[in-house]
Write a protein that binds this ligand. Structure first.
Ligand SMILES: [Zn+2]
Length: 62
């Protein structure tokens, strides 16, 4: 199951939607920003159906 959740790009500060695979509670991956094309490090936590997204620049880590 795929859901969409909004997160903020750490480069251009635009709010963009990420497609989240709801089958995994904890995920970390890199996805390019749809606006500025920089690599965003995403950390996704899903708890009881609600999605929490942390974003960081790829170089910074968490
Ligand atoms: Zn961006």
């Amino acid at each position: 199951m795929i859901d969409e959740e909004k997160g903020q790009c750490p480069y251009c500060w635009e709010e963009i939607y990420f497609e989240i695979d709801m089958s995994m509670d904890h995920q970390e991956y890199v996805e390019d920003c749809q606006v500025c094309c920089n690599p965003i490090l995403l950390r996704v936590n899903i708890y009881e159906g609600s999605i929490n997204i942390d974003t960081a620049k790829e170089d910074d880590g968490f």
